[in-house]
Design a binder for this molecule. Structure first.
Ligand SMILES: [Mg+2]
Length: 258
């Protein structure tokens, strides 16, 4: 199967975690080759749109992605140089679902707020004037916090979260990188069999579990749980880290298909 739609995470996938991280030369070549074959590329990130664009500018890739899927939720299309617009009505629909969920989950959010006040260095984060998620001092604390929130939210089954290192964004359980990727593919009339998704962390699992993309991969630096999910789906775990791993995975699927 050809790769018609490529969905890549940004931090830890296209680039490493150093503050001045730039992308690998092999990645630029693989992206340019894929584009020449007519494939569409989406950066699928937990970053908000403005922060994703800032990162992309700094990464100095050979060209902009065609789409940015931001905040593990929204779909933006490049409408021109530096000009990005909502694609379809997905963003509006997911915003309604998120607002409705947060309203119904008020008790859960209050319990999480109380947890943060209890110490452990948990910091509540806000976006667009409302509670959005939280940050923990380290990954081990995040494991504990995630387990406690799952327990706290048992009576609001739609309440979920997307976690990435020490960051967590609260979300409807059906709103994540996988569902936004599936919606993008639907809008573009690209079948799941022609979608390749690549990511490194927990918040990438919803786009790597096979539901949205038949071809899945991760770089060598991916967390163990991601590697397990990728292997279970018959995907490709690259021996190379970050951008080198992404380039390697693109070459792998371009050569062999599924
Ligand atoms: Mg990542």
């Amino acid at each position: 199967m050809p790769i018609s739609l490529l969905s890549t995470d940004f931090d830890g996938t296209l680039i490493g975690h150093e503050p001045d991280a730039r992308t690998a030369a092999s990645l630029a070549a693989a992206l340019a080759d894929l584009r020449a074959r007519g494939a569409v590329w989406a950066v699928n990130t937990g970053r908000q749109l403005w922060f994703a664009l800032e990162g992309l500018e700094h990464a100095r890739l050979p060209h902009d992605p065609d789409f940015v899927l931001s905040s593990e939720k929204d779909i933006f299309r490049r409408a021109g140089e530096g000009d990005w617009e909502a694609f379809g009505d997905w963003n509006a629909r997911t915003e309604v679902r998120t607002t409705d969920l947060f309203h119904r989950a008020q008790g859960v959010l209050e319990a999480i707020g109380a947890m943060a006040e209890g110490g452990d260095g948990i910091e509540i984060l806000y976006e667009n004037g409302r509670v959005a998620g939280l940050m923990t001092p380290d990954a081990a604390t995040m494991d504990v916090v995630a387990a406690r929130i799952r327990e706290t939210a048992l009576d609001v089954p739609e309440f979920s979260f997307n976690r990435n290192h020490v960051w967590m964004r609260f979300a409807h359980r059906e709103i994540h990188k996988g569902s936004s990727l599936a919606e993008l593919a639907r809008l573009l009339a690209i079948p799941r069999a022609e979608v390749l998704a690549i990511g490194d962390h927990h918040n990438d699992i919803p786009m790597l579990d096979g539901a949205a993309a038949a071809m899945v991969a991760c770089p060598a630096n991916a967390v163990d749980e991601v590697k397990r999910v990728v292997r279970a789906g018959g995907g490709y775990v690259s021996p190379h880290p970050w951008g080198e791993g992404v380039a390697d995975a693109i070459r792998h699927f371009a050569a062999t298909g599924k």
